[in-house]
Design a protein around this ligand. Structure first.
Ligand code: CIR
Length: 253
């Protein structure tokens, strides 16, 4: 069960956030509304939500998931792989030290984005991507081991982050897109396959037996609810323009 979430408010400069393809700039006012609905959904799932002030000097800072990984036993501050995001983590270790006895930081030359880290209990899957390198993953696993946790890496061939393609929905169940469906490390999971035209819905989020699913992906929504899970659909259109999904918008712990 999660009890808390940390989010960062969107900033007006998000209109110049990073993106792989140009699908138009996000509308800031609409993003603020979608973010507020997201926070309400987290609260309805029973979470206490801490809203950090926006950081206009960092256009992508609303995607706070990439800044840290909060495990059951320690906090690990990430070192974002994109240059423009590298310093988003300033002050975070200090803030997290009020919540955790053990706070670690990924250091150079390691890079790691939280979006590349999928938690399955005390075991972590780490995507090696354009943002997360082998050294970042190595440091991350070393921190885990100090607390009797462990992890392994998955080399990504496509997608921004690991969790752009696969999400753990608890109960030994994942939603996963085609490229990772047959990955050896994921073979033990029960799979809900997300069709390629709905790939964005692979970034869905388990919160206390509710699944947050992006709206506009009907096949995925019914596949997830058919497996007995209760879904909450949320509009993320403005964050999607920056390749961001539901998980990126919060740290849950
Ligand atoms: C970026 O490219 O870093 C942002 N525009 C999107 C980050 C999305 N984060 C995530 O999937 N965890």
């Amino acid at each position: 069960m999660f009890k808390n979430a940390i989010v960062r408010k969107p900033c007006p400069s998000m209109v110049s956030g990073l993106r792989d393809q140009d699908n138009g700039d996000p509308d800031f006012e609409r993003a603020v509304k979608q973010h507020s609905d997201y926070c309400d959904a987290l609260r309805q799932c029973g979470l206490e939500v801490t809203e950090l002030e926006s950081m206009n000097q960092f256009p992508d800072s609303v995607f706070i998931e990439d800044n840290a990984v909060l495990t059951r036993k320690c906090a690990i501050v990430a070192r974002p792989g994109a240059d423009s995001r590298r310093n988003e983590t300033e002050g975070l270790a200090e803030m997290l030290s009020c919540l955790y006895e053990s706070v670690y930081e990924i250091t150079a030359p390691g890079t790691l984005d939280g979006g590349d880290v999928m938690m399955v209990g005390d075991y972590y899957y780490i995507g090696l991507s354009e943002r997360t390198n082998a050294e970042g993953a190595r440091q991350f696993i070393e921190f885990l081991k100090q607390h009797d946790m462990d992890g392994d890496t998955i080399q990504l061939e496509a997608g921004l982050h690991l969790k752009s393609s696969v999400s753990y929905l608890e109960h030994n169940q994942i939603v996963v897109t085609e490229p990772l469906t047959n990955h050896a490390l994921l073979s033990e999971f029960k799979k809900i396959i997300i069709e390629s035209e709905e790939a964005y819905a692979a970034n869905s989020v388990w919160i206390n037996d509710n699944i947050l699913v992006p709206s506009g992906f009907p096949q995925s929504a019914s596949a997830i609810s058919e497996s007995g899970l209760s879904i909450v659909e949320l509009d993320t259109s403005e964050f999607r323009k920056l390749d961001g999904g539901l998980s990126c918008l919060s740290l849950r712990f």
